[in-house]
Design a protein around this ligand. Structure first.
Ligand SMILES: [Zn+2]
Length: 765
């Protein structure tokens, strides 16, 4: 008897989807040249192997190289020059034999023979500033880039080497086999750039008052390139945009600076007793027990006094760091210094800020608390922060290194600041401190995949910003109930994704070759992940999988597939369609309502019904008929106000086929029937979120999974049976799918001024 039930259902629906079938046929006859959007990513993904498994985890043969550094660094403050001498110990854990090593010379991007300016298009502006005219047309003779004094083995014998712009190949005296270690020595110096006038991720800012500098120093030493199972040597040149790929290692760094400088950087300060005054030690011990407010290690009063004179003496700060991929530091006699302790689930860490008086009152108020807040949010979303501290340094740009980041946000000379400056500063601190997780610990290849660190980090930043506002509501400006996040909410990416396709590249593009870098590598992937979390997967499934990815790959080198695969592996969510659409194409979301047809139900046979009855060889009076609004008999049927389960034939059928228990569960009495055609002018497949508003003012929502588009990418129909009259239908009512055109999202269509304007503009174009 159950079979009969299905047959009847099929018959009911066949009667009114007859026209739609014709459309579908035409579509099919034309033939689809596009690949199905739900096709698995077998062609795009690398084949799983012994190094990286099909589940997205490191495989049994996974390996990574190690590079340990011992460095002596000195800063000549008078000439803004850095001198360095390092011994690199490189360990070959790969199964491969290595004949040479590649070392990165990032400072050479600033050298006179740099090719970076030559790959940027340029034109003549009708008017320009004199400084820009000088930098564009009168090449300033700046002596920048590494001066490599020597490359030697540990016995002092010169090692043959070849410098190809930002990469240096060092010939090994003998081939390195698996497990071999090789130590060698590089001595170098370079003139530090003024990063305010010349740009750059590190350098110094000059303060005319008292003739002082704040140095934020990074990419300051020849650094080992990554060698792995995916790229071999990652020796793609540094053009200035794509960031870095670096192996993990241990660092012992001695940094000599003027004795009146305050310095902090990556690693443990191992000679604290030597470089701190007794008073500073006392304050430091207090800071380690202060969980609510930062404790000043160097006060503003002290810093203002120090910056007025210059010590002729030198002081050496000794830092030691284990399992870090890079090293950065900041030094100045202008620095104020504060710290506070933060309790995480499994440990305690220190939130630290270094800033000059120019950053106050903003920095004293919010920098260290923002670091503390970031620790908590990122640890919850991934794993507890494994290092012991993170320093936020006041600088004109934002940039990240292990345990230290450079962050902008400066009040005006009177100490006033706008909301924009305040939120900008809090956001950049969350962002750069967040980079400790991606890519400093979950160590992806930034040179190739900008989105893997910027996208994941910007997504987690969004979560952390919302946390921050909850934990420090007093930081919000009057009128703001939540943190005004710039990136993350779906609606904020609409302008970019709906823009000119000639200037949009898929996320899976090397950063150097993308248009609209910020939207491509930060905004879109962060939004994609937020949509995945809030709309597609739900927080529970997403958060578990995201955490699994972070934990699988902490202190390792993941690839995009490792991320994509883990997100599916840990959630049982087939997301290939999502990765394909959002990461491999530039398609956008546009889903709308094309047509809504209303039907009444009756047992009175009509012509169409009679034909069907004949075809299925059934009594015409036994069938259920749906009459479209406007057709003959519709008004009568509506007036009869009959619900489908009250029709005699249906009633009889229910009595015959369902137990009384089952009948009780058939609670609804639908008498309004709608056939809704949803269309999808946009290329992206996305869940179809629909809100129905009824005549009594109530609403319900239905979310159809993205797979609703699998058999027809252009449009899809849904039959809705309702016991209440539907008066309005809205697609994506909360603007959570990044739909680029919402004028087609509602029924009845809201023909507003905007539609008219659009029409007018079209005519004008
Ligand atoms: Zn970033």
């Amino acid at each position: 008897m159950k079979i009969f039930k299905f047959f009847l259902c099929a018959l009911l629906f066949a009667s009114y989807s007859a026209y739609a079938q014709d459309d579908v046929k035409t579509e099919r006859q034309q033939g689809h040249t596009n690949e199905n959007k739900f096709k698995q990513l077998y062609d795009e993904f690398s084949t799983p192997n012994v190094y990286r498994t099909g589940s997205g985890a490191p495989g049994p043969g996974y390996y990574q190289q190690q590079a340990d550094y011992k460095m002596d660094i000195e800063i000549d403050d008078e000439n803004a020059k850095l001198y360095g001498d390092e011994i690199i110990t490189y360990t070959n854990n790969s199964p491969d034999e290595l004949k040479y090593l590649w070392v990165q010379l990032d400072q050479n991007m600033r050298a006179e023979d740099s090719k970076t300016p030559l790959i940027s298009g340029s034109g003549i502006q009708p008017a320009t500033t004199s400084s820009r005219a000088v930098s564009s047309y009168l090449k300033a003779p700046l002596d920048r880039g590494f001066n490599i004094e020597h490359v030697k083995d540990v016995n002092g014998k010169d090692l043959p080497h070849m410098i190809n712009r930002t990469m240096m190949r060092v010939e090994l005296p003998k081939v390195m086999k698996t497990g071999d270690k090789f130590s060698f020595n590089i001595k170098w110096n370079y003139n530090i750039n003024n990063h305010v006038t010349e740009g750059g991720r590190s350098g110094y800012e000059y303060f005319e008052e008292n003739d002082n500098r704040i140095y934020v120093i990074a990419q300051f030493y020849p650094r080992m390139a990554v060698y792995n199972d995916v790229e071999g040597w990652q020796n793609s040149q540094f053009w200035g945009r794509d960031e870095f790929a670096l192996p993990f290692g241990d660092f012992d760094v001695n940094i000599t600076v003027p004795a009146d400088h305050i310095l902090d950087g990556t690693g443990h300060l191992v000679n604290r007793e030597e470089v701190f005054t007794k008073e500073m030690m006392k304050r430091y011990k207090k800071a380690k027990k202060s969980y609510d407010e930062p404790v000043m290690i160097v006060t503003q009063e002290e810093a203002e006094k120090t910056e007025k004179s210059k010590s002729k003496d030198k002081k050496t700060w000794k830092l030691s760091a284990q399992m870090v991929r890079d090293f950065g530091f900041a030094t100045s006699r202008k620095f104020l210094w504060d710290m506070m302790a933060v309790k995480l689930e499994t440990k305690e860490v220190m939130a630290v800020s270094l800033y000059s008086k120019e950053g106050n009152p903003l920095w004293g108020k919010w920098s260290t608390k923002t670091v503390a807040s970031t620790f908590k949010s990122f640890s919850r979303m991934t794993f507890d922060y494994p290092y012991h501290k993170s320093i936020s340094v006041h600088a004109p740009m934002g940039m990240e290194y292990p345990m230290i980041s450079f962050n902008f946000g400066r009040p005006d000379e009177e100490g006033n600041y706008s909301d924009r400056t305040k939120y900008g500063m809090i956001s950049v601190i969350i962002h750069e401190v967040g980079h400790n997780w991606f890519p400093m610990i979950v160590n992806s290849d930034e040179r190739q995949w900008t989105w893997m660190d910027e996208g994941l980090n910007t997504f987690t930043q969004y979560v952390a910003e919302q946390d921050f506002a909850e934990w420090y509501p007093e930081a919000l400006s009057p009128g703001d109930k939540t943190y005004p996040s710039r990136r993350g909410p779906a609606k904020n990416i609409v302008r970019y994704m709906g823009g000119n396709q000639d200037y949009i590249a898929p996320i899976m593009t090397k950063g150097l070759n993308t248009y609209q870098f910020g939207n491509n590598a930060y905004g879109k992937p962060a939004t994609a992940l937020n949509i995945l979390r809030e709309t597609v997967m739900g927080r529970e499934l997403f958060d578990y999988a995201f955490k699994e990815y972070a934990n699988r790959w902490k202190f390792k080198h993941p690839t995009p597939e490792d991320f994509f695969r883990t997100m599916e592996d840990a959630s049982a969510f087939d997301l290939d369609w999502f990765w394909r659409g959002w990461f491999y194409t530039t398609d956008y979301t546009d889903i709308g309502i094309k047509e809504v047809k209303k039907f009444a139900v009756t047992t009175t046979p009509n012509d169409n019904g009679k034909r069907l009855a004949e075809r299925y060889n059934r009594d015409p009076n036994s069938l259920v008929y749906f009459i479209e609004e406007g057709a003959e008999g519709f008004d009568d049927a509506m007036k009869a106000n009959t619900s489908i389960n009250d029709l005699p034939t249906v009633k009889e059928y229910i009595m015959d086929n369902f137990t009384p228990e089952e009948q009780k569960t058939m609670k609804t009495a639908p008498k309004y029937f709608y056939q809704i055609t949803f269309d999808k002018p946009g290329g992206l497949v996305m869940p179809l979120i629909v809100e129905f508003t009824y005549a009594d003012g109530t609403t319900t929502r239905e979310t159809y999974p993205a797979q609703i588009w699998r058999l027809n990418d252009k449009e899809v129909q849904k039959a809705i049976a309702s016991d209440k009259e539907i008066v309005a239908i809205q697609v994506d009512p909360d603007l959570e799918t990044a739909d680029v055109d919402t004028t087609n999202n509602s029924w009845p269509r809201e023909v507003g001024e905007s539609d008219f304007d659009k029409f007018k503009n079209q005519v004008r174009d």
